[in-house]
Design a protein around this ligand. Structure first.
Ligand SMILES: Nc1ncnc2c1ncn2[C@@H]1O[C@H](COP(=O)(O)OP(=O)(O)OP(=O)(O)O)[C@@H](O)[C@H]1O
Length: 225
């Protein structure tokens, strides 16, 4: 365990190859156990911000620190290891692997971050129980609904006990009732682990579940009252 905040963005800037500046001088600290939602119009740079936080894209200025490690100081291998161990991803288009069982799908990040296979599968079954799919761990994904797939995505994002969850439109493809159920589950499950979460969403209802609501605009990040 580290006492450093799970995520620190300091004076972050991103200018696209065509010269368009997505944001500049953007600073944000997300504390352990805190959920921060980010709204903002389409194309403003929300997904880019998550990619920068994960070290999947590089900033034009400023600094990203995850769990006390400055991403710019890390080699590609260290960055991959840090991402694998400390970050969990929940995306709208979650690609579960059809030839693996639910437990095997969920166990993957734990196996990739170094857990022995049996220990990873045990953790995966525990996480699947937490999201209400405990009795389905041996199933394949073919028969799952969109909501069930997102439950698998949540279990998989948390299986390796990351300190930071990055969620990009996690309810984007779901009907309103299922969206509420999945958001509630995501918020509860993440809180129970003590991880921090950055949630990018177009839904004000989803955003309201966060401890802190922010909006990304062309002039920066502003709190939503
Ligand atoms: N590496 C890149 N090279 C060129 N353009 C990029 C790159 N990364 C992002 N962009 C552009 O930056 C803009 C912001 O994209 P981004 O996906 O971050 O927006 P967003 O706020 O998440 O939008 P949406 O809500 O529609 O998902 C887009 O115009 C996108 O095409």
């Amino acid at each position: 365990m580290t006492s450093a905040p799970p995520l620190v963005l300091e004076s972050l800037g991103k200018t696209l190859p065509n010269g368009r500046q997505l944001f500049a001088n953007l600073s944000l600290t997300v504390s352990a156990g805190e959920c921060v939602s980010i709204q903002g119009e389409s194309g403003i740079g929300k997904s880019t911000l998550l990619n920068l936080a994960a070290g999947l894209d590089t900033p034009s200025a400023g600094m990203v620190e995850v769990a006390g490690r400055k991403l710019a100081d890390l080699s590609e291998a260290d960055l991959t290891a840090l991402r694998g161990q400390q970050i969990g991803f929940v995306f709208q288009s979650f690609h579960v692997l059809p030839y693996l069982t639910l437990a095997q799908n969920v166990a993957l990040p734990a196996i990739l971050s170094g857990d022995p296979r049996d220990a990873a599968l045990t953790k995966a079954r525990t996480r699947l129980s937490e999201v209400g799919l405990g009795d389905r761990h041996g199933d394949y994904v073919a028969a799952l609904s969109g909501g069930e797939l997102q439950r698998v995505a949540i279990a998989r994002a948390l299986v390796h006990d990351p300190v930071l969850i990055l969620a990009d439109e996690p309810t984007g493809n779901l009907d309103p009732d299922t969206s509420n159920e999945i958001m509630d589950l995501l918020a509860r499950t993440v809180r129970s682990t003590g991880a921090a979460m950055v949630l990018v969403t177009h839904s004000p209802i989803d955003a309201a579940m966060a401890d802190r609501q922010l909006r990304l605009t062309a002039s920066g990040m502003e709190p939503i009252a």
